[in-house]
Structure formats: structure tokens, C-alpha cells
Write a protein that binds this ligand. Structure first.
Ligand SMILES: C[S@@+](CC[C@H](N)C(=O)[O-])C[C@H]1O[C@@H](n2cnc3c(N)ncnc32)[C@H](O)[C@@H]1O
Length: 437
């Protein structure tokens, strides 16, 4: 729904009293004037006290204690009208809008706009600046919102500072732009999160991931991610974890490991003996902890073991955009052409040739364990030399690069030493081996 949004705030007499009519785009100061921010206007409207003085004034009688008082001021309906909104009685487009009045001490009260529409209701709500012909008392200045015929003074807003008028459909989220943030804040309540921070481009970190990082008491990440995390979290809350915590070898795996890896597994378990109880202590101290990693935390993530380890603490996994998604976008083509399957692997599984000996599936290779130099001879031994291959380097970064070739021509297009640290390899007949970047 389109509605009306005004923000009315009160600024000082001294700077603005010389103005002849409300001005759009005047700079708010802490002086006494009124800014009306109409959402259909590019700039807010500023009413000086002189502008207000020119608007029709009305008197409202009220009992305060045992005293009978007469307040005088501009009806809110008039301020709304001057700001550009059209009252229309029962046909008003403002029927589902509301007005939020705020005082300078944070007190807030709401009026439905139909309650102040002169075409619909008799009683008046005014922005009063005088009482019994005198300026308002010290505790109420500069303006007090007075509601006529109110049973109680619950919605009288003294020291009124700001009035916002909004469509009721936006009641939960202040503006459409804030809606995703509000949605992100409605996250499952937990004290332990495993959060994916996307493939590299800061614009691809989800709003939810950012909101969770911002509320963390401690973010554990590996050295390569610390600067990225620091965009959301003060450095004092970032803990760069030991590389020995990258991945976890389960005891039953140990026998299958090489001596070198077995030694690493031992060191890793040693590190775990202090790290795991520490995490549990922090949770017991009511701290909110985040384990952060690039991409999506369910794809070859060195923190993936924490999901199992801390499942009993109610750990929540927050998905991230994987480098796989970013690389797909960089390819600018369907990777499921003709309904083919996708085989994702860290290099051990290279897919299977079909009856014609060709690779009909799309094979996507993450290269943290195995590099292109070792992959190409293995692939060439299994598939024809004209099989298309694409290497997507540093997907989503500004320096992103896509190299299209075939298994037979790849080394004419790139040499192993020119490849960056981060790249994904795509292989399969579905790929269009075009030279387009
Ligand atoms: C340990 S895995 C982590 C994957 C991560 N969880 C994800 O979802 O993207 C690291 C590998 O992911 C790939 N990778 C990560 N970021 C990349 C990027 N921006 N561009 C290309 N490949 C990337 C590389 O193959 C790299 O060796």
C-alpha cells in the first residue's frame, strides 16, 4: 500500500523564525521548528514557529486536576494537510494510516489518522503552544499534543518533538528498506551460530549473517577471514582460531591417515581439549558465540565439525552464498543444461563417462585439496580432449576471471603458476566453451 509518511520534529525558534512558509529540505537542528517528512516528497518540509503561527488555530477545553483549562494550537489535521496529504472523509486514502507522536524523553503515543480527520470525527487533537492565553508551562514546552474529550490524558504528549505519519501496513517495519533487517532479526534464538559469510564480495553477505555477527560477544574465525569479520564486529570481539581447529579428525579415522596427517590429528585433538570446554564455559556465561567462515558453512567448511560438536547447545547454522553460487553466476550460463546432474567434489570424485565415453554431467571441483595441475591429467585420462572446461578464479571479487577452454587446450589459455589461490573448476559437455568474460 502506498501511504503517507511524515516525520514532524520540533526545532528552534531562533534560527528559523524568519521563514515565511514551510521549507523543504531545511537542515534539522535542535532548535524549535517542525519538520514534516512526507514520503512522497524527496525532502522533508520544515515548519518554523512563524509558519505554524499562520495556520488556523483552535481551542480545546480540558480538565486537568480540578482546573478547567483552555489550550490553543494548530490541529494536527491541518499540519497533515499542509504537508500535502488529502483528507477525504470516508473516501480518504489515509484511513489505514497512523500518526506516532514522540516527546523528547522518548514517550510515544499513536493516533489513527481517521481519529484526527475533520471529515470523520468531531473531537480535535491539537499541537498546543498556549494554555489559558499563556505560553505552556516549563515541563510541557515548546509544544504539547492535546486530545479533546479524552477520558484520560494518556496520549497527551508533552515536550512533543517528533510526529511520524505512516501507513499501518508498515507498522512492524519502519520502512521497506528496513524490512529485511527486521526479518533477519527474527532469527531462532541461540547462543551458538555457524555462519556463512559468502564468497568474497561484501554485498553477498546475507543480512541475517550481518545481524548475527553484530550481536555476537565473540566471533571465532580463521586468520584469512578476520578483516572481513571486522566490518561487522569490533576487533576486541574477534578471536582468530588456531589452524589446528580446521577440520576435526574423528578417532576412528586415524588409522586410515598418513603419518603426517596422524600427527596433525594429534595436535588438533590437543587443541580441542582446551577449546571445547572453553566454548561451553562461554555459553554458560550467557555469551553469544559465532563461528564464521566464507561461503556456505555446509560446503567444505573447516568449522563444519562444530555443528555436531555443539548440537546439544542448540547451535544454529546460518547459510551463506557459496563460491559455487558466485562462480555459477560468473559463468553466465546454466550449469544444469538439458537437465544434467551436477557432481560437486574436492577432486577425489571426477564423475563418470556415459555410454559414449563423454561427461554429460557438470563436474564442479573445489580446489582446496587438489590443484588444476594435478586435475587436468586425471581428467584427460578419463574424458575426450574436446571436453569443455572452465576455471572461475576469485568469483565475486572485482578481480574475478573466467577461463574457458577444453581439456586439450587449457594450458594454452592459462599456466598453473598464474592461477590465484581461490578458483573452482567446471568440466562437462553442458558447458559452452565460449571465450566470454
Ligand atoms: C575450504 S573450501 C570452502 C568453500 C566454501 N565453504 C564455499 O561454500 O564457498 C575452499 C575452496 O572453495 C573455493 N573458493 C572459495 N572461495 C572462492 C571464490 N571466491 N572463487 C572461487 N573459488 C572459491 C576454492 O576452490 C577454495 O579452494
Amino acid at each position: 500500500m502506498t501511504g503517507i509518511r511524515f516525520v514532524v520534529s520540533l526545532l528552534s525558534l531562533s534560527l528559523l523564525s524568519g521563514l515565511n512558509c514551510p521549507v523543504r529540505g531545511a537542515t534539522p537542528t535542535d532548535t524549535v521548528a517542525i519538520i514534516v517528512d512526507y514520503y512522497r516528497s524527496d525532502k522533508p518540509l520544515t515548519f518554523s514557529p512563524a509558519d505554524l503561527a499562520k495556520l488556523p488555530h483552535e481551542k480545546v477545553q480540558a480538565e486537568v486536576g480540578k482546573k478547567h483549562l483552555t489550550f490553543e494550537g494548530v490541529p494536527l489535521a491541518e499540519i497533515v494537510r499542509v504537508a500535502g496529504a488529502k483528507w477525504g472523509g470516508k473516501c480518504s486514502s489515509l484511513l489505514d494510516c497512523y500518526l506516532l507522536a514522540e516527546s523528547d524523553d522518548g514517550f510515544r503515543a499513536v493516533f489513527a489518522l481517521p481519529e484526527i480527520d475533520p471529515g470523520l470525527c468531531h473531537q480535535m487533537v491539537i499541537l498546543a503552544d498556549r494554555c489559558d492565553g499563556q505560553p505552556l508551562s516549563k515541563g510541557n514546552v515548546p509544544y504539547q499534543i492535546i486530545e479533546e474529550d479524552a477520558k484520560q490524558r494518556g496520549r497527551w504528549v508533552k515536550r512533543a518533538k517528533k510526529i511520524s505519519i505512516r501507513p499501518a501496513t508498515d507498522a512492524e517495519e519502519e520502512t521497506p528498506a528496513k524490512r529485511p533487517v527486521a526479518a533477519a532479526e527474527k532469527m531462532p534464538k541461540s547462543q551458538v551460530y555457524l555462519v556463512g559469510m559468502g564468497p568474497g564480495d561484501a554485498g553477498l553477505v546475507t543480512i541475517k549473517a550481518a545481524a548475527i555477527l553484530q550481536k555476537a560477544d565473540c566471533v571465532f574465525c580463521f586468520d584469512y577471514l578476520k578483516n572481513e569479520v571486522a566490518r561487522y564486529v569490533p576487533r576486541s570481539k574477534i578471536e582468530v582460531a588456531s589452524p589446528m581447529l580446521m577440520g576435526r579428525f574423528r578417532s576412528q579415522d586415524l588409522k586410515t591417515l598418513s603419518p603426517e596427517l596422524r600427527q596433525r590429528a594429534r595436535l588438533s585433538e590437543e587443541e580441542m581439549t582446551t577449546f571445547l570446554p572453553r566454548v561451553r564455559r562461554m555459553v554458560a556465561e550467557k555469551k553469544t558465540l559465532v563461528f564464521a567462515d566464507p561461503g556456505d558453512p555446509t560446503m567444505y567448511c573447516p568449522w563444519s565439525w562444530v555443528a555436531e560438536e555443539f548440537a546439544d547447545l542448540g547451535l544454529v547454522v546460518v547459510p551463506g552464498l557459496s563460491s559455487f553460487n558466485a562462480a555459477n553466476a560468473a559463468l553466465k550460463q546454466s550449469i544444469t543444461k538439458n537437465g544434467c546432474s551436477i557432481v560437486i567434489s574436492p577432486g577425489d570424485n571426477l564423475g563418470s563417462p556415459d555410454k559414449r565415453g563423454r561427461l554429460a554431467d557438470t563436474l564442479v571441483l573445489f580446489t582446496h585439496r587438489v590443484k588444476l595441475k594435478e586435475l587436468v591429467p586425471r581428467l584427460a585420462a578419463r574424458y575426450p580432449a574436446d571436453t569443455p572446461i572452465a576455471v572461475v578464479c576469485e568469483a565475486s571479487y572485482e578481480r574475478q576471471q573466467v577461463i574457458f577452454a577444453t581439456l586439450g587446450s587449457i594450458w594454452k589459455k592459462v599456466s598453473p603458476e598464474d592461477l590465484p589461490h581461490l578458483y573452482l573448476v567446471y568440466v562437462g559437455d553442458g558447458l559452452i566453451a565460449a571465450n566470454r568474460n
